[in-house]
Ligand binder design. Structure first.
Ligand code: CMC
Length: 424
C-alpha cells in the first residue's frame, strides 16, 4: 500500500474538521483517502465512479487528456507495433517483457492448454443455434468453474498462475466454438503448431471438408494487433466487475464470466458491434448529415465515439485506424463503410456539439471495419474483445489476490420510503 505523501485535505463538516491523507502514485493525480469520512456519519457520493480510484494498481496507466495508455510503463503504440499479443500478455502478467527464452517457454505453456475438457463441448448444445455468441461465452467460460477443482486454492500462487494460463489458452477455443455452434459447423480443435492469432482464425474458419485451409498471414497479423490493442484498460467497467466479483473469493472462472457479461453492453465492449450496425443503418454518405442531427437531438448515440477517460484522443483508435488502412490496402478491399466512417469522423471532429463534449473516435470505431475485412461476423466482434481482454481481467484479479484486499461493498444514498408499518 502506498504511503501518505505528507499532504492532507481538510474537510469541514458540521463545524468539525476531518483531515484526510493524500497519496501519490508514480503518475497521475494524487488521491484523497476518504475512509475517515465514515466516522463522521457520512458517505461519499460518486455515482458512475467519476472521481473514485477504487484500488491501487501497477498494471496500466491512462492519461485521458494527453491520450496516453501505458502497460507496465510501455506505450500502447509501441506494444502494438513492436511486440506480439503473447508478449504483451507476459508483460501484463509479469511486469517485464520476456527474454527470447521466456517468450518461448510462455508461448509453449499457453499452447499446451488450448484444449478444453471434452465435457465442456456439451454445454454448447444447451443453447439455441441463434443464441448470441456472447450469451454462449458468459455460459461456457462460467462453466469452466466446474472443472480444475485441484487448482483452485486462491492462496496458492501456483494455482493462481495456472488459472491465468488456462484462461488465456482456452478462451480462444471457446470463442471460436461459440461461432461454429451458431453456424452449425463442427468444432475445430486447436492446433498447437500455429501461433495464438493463427490458431484462433484456424478454429474459426477451417472446416473438416477444407483440409488445406491456410490462415492468411496478413489477417493473422491484424488479428494479433487487435488482440494487443484490447489487452487491458485499467479499471474499466468489466475489469472493475472482475475485481468486485473476485473480492468475495469467488471462483476465478466465474469472475471472468462476470467480466464478459459487463463487457457485452453497447456502452463498453458491445460498441464495436453497434458501430457496424450503425454504419449499416446509415447506409451511405448522403445520409450522414441527417443521422448527425439525430445524434445532436440525443435520439441516438454516435457509437464508437466518446470515452469516460479519453477527452482528447484514444491512442488505441490511432493505431487501429492505421491497421485498418494497412489491412484494407493489403487485401485490396475498397470498403464503402470505411468511406462512411471517415465522413462521420470528419463531421464529428469539426462539429461544435462533439468538440464541446470532447467526443473523439474510440478503439471500437475502426476495429469493426478491420474485423469485417478479416471475415469475422458482426456478432463475434464483442467476443473478440472479450478474448483479448481476458489477459487484462486475469492480471487485475491476480494483482488483487496477491495483495491484502477487502470485499468490495459500496454504500448508497437511500431515497426510498422511510420505515412504515403494514396497516392491517
Ligand atoms: N454520441 C453522442 N453524444 C455522446 C456520446 C456519443 N457516443 N458519448 C457521450 N455523448 C454526450 C452525452 O450525451 C453527454 O452530453 P450532455 O453533456 O449534453 O448530456 C456528454 O457527451 C457526456 O457524455 P456522458 O454519457 O456523460 O459520458 P460518459 O463518460 O458517462 O460515457 C461512454 C462514456 C463511452 C459510455 C459514452 O461516450 C458512449 O456511450 N459512447 C458510445 C459507446 C461507445 O463507443 N463505447 C465504447 C467505449 S471505448 C471501448 C471500451 O472501453 O469499452
Amino acid at each position: 500500500m502506498s504511503e501518505a505523501n505528507g499532504k492532507k485535505a481538510t474537510l469541514k463538516l458540521n463545524g468539525k474538521e476531518i483531515e484526510l491523507p493524500i497519496y501519490s502514485g508514480t503518475l497521475g493525480p494524487d488521491v484523497i483517502d476518504v475512509k475517515d469520512v465514515l466516522a463522521s456519519g457520512h458517505f461519499t457520493f460518486d455515482p458512475g465512479f467519476m472521481a473514485t480510484a477504487s484500488c491501487e494498481s501497477k498494471i496500466t496507466y491512462i492519461d485521458g487528456n494527453a491520450g496516453i495508455l501505458l502497460h507496465r510503463g510501455y506505450p500502447i503504440d509501441q506494444l502494438a507495433t513492436k511486440t506480439d499479443y503473447l508478449e504483451t500478455c507476459y508483460l501484463l502478467l509479469n511486469g517485464e517483457l520476456p527474454t527470447a527464452e521466456q517468450k518461448k517457454e510462455f508461448d509453449s505453456q499457453v499452447r499446451n492448454h488450448t484444449m478444453v475438457h471434452d465435457q465442456v463441448s456439451r454445454f454448447f448444445n444447451g443453447f439455441r443455434r441463434d443464441a448470441h455468441p456472447m450469451a454462449i461465452m458468459v455460459g461456457v467460460v462460467g462453466a469452466l468453474s466446474a472443472f480444475y477443482h485441484n487448482n483452485l486454492d486462491l492462496d496458492d500462487v501456483n494455482h493462481r498462475e495456472i488459472t491465468a494460463i488456462r484462461l488465456i489458452a482456452k478462451v480462444p477455443t471457446l470463442a471460436a466454438w461459440s461461432y461454429k455452434y451458431t453456424v452449425g459447423q463442427p468444432f475445430i480443435y486447436p492446433r498447437n503448431d500455429l501461433d495464438y492469432a493463427e490458431n484462433f482464425l484456424h478454429m474459426m474458419f477451417a472446416t473438416p471438408a477444407d483440409r488445406d485451409y491456410k490462415v492468411n498471414p496478413i489477417l493473422a497479423k491484424a488479428m494479433d494487433r487487435i488482440f494487443t490493442l484490447h489487452a487491458d484498460h485499467e479499471q474499466n467497467a468489466s475489469t472493475s466487475t472482475v475485481r468486485l466479483a473476485g473480492s468475495t473469493g469467488a471462483n476465478p472462472y466465474a469472475c471472468i464470466s462476470a467480466g464478459i457479461a459487463a463487457l457485452w453492453g453497447p456502452a463498453h465492449g458491445g460498441a464495436n458491434e453497434a458501430v457496424l450496425k450503425m454504419l449499416d443503418e446509415i447506409g451511405s454518405v448522403e445520409n450522414v448529415a441527417p443521422f448527425m442531427e439525430k445524434v445532436k437531438t440525443k435520439e441516438v448515440k454516435l457509437m464508437g465515439f466518446g470515452h469516460r477517460v479519453y477527452k482528447n484522443f484514444d491512442p488505441r483508435a490511432k493505431v487501429m485506424k492505421e491497421t485498418c488502412d494497412e489491412v484494407l490496402g493489403a487485401l485490396g478491399i475498397n470498403d464503402p463503410q470505411l468511406e462512411l466512417a471517415m465522413e462521420l469522423e470528419r463531421i464529428a471532429l469539426s462539429d461544435e456539439y462533439f468538440i464541446k463534449r470532447n467526443l473523439y473516435p474510440n478503439v471500437d470505431f475502426y476495429s469493426g471495419i478491420i474485423l469485417k475485412a478479416i471475415g469475422i461476423p458482426t456478432s463475434m466482434f464483442t467476443v473478440i474483445f472479450a478474448l483479448a481482454r481476458t489477459i487484462g481481467w486475469i492480471t487485475h484479479w491476480l494483482e488483487m489476490q496477491s495483495t491484502p484486499h477487502k470485499i468490495g461493498r459500496p454504500r448508497q444514498l437511500y431515497t426510498g420510503e422511510k420505515q412504515r408499518n403494514i396497516d392491517r
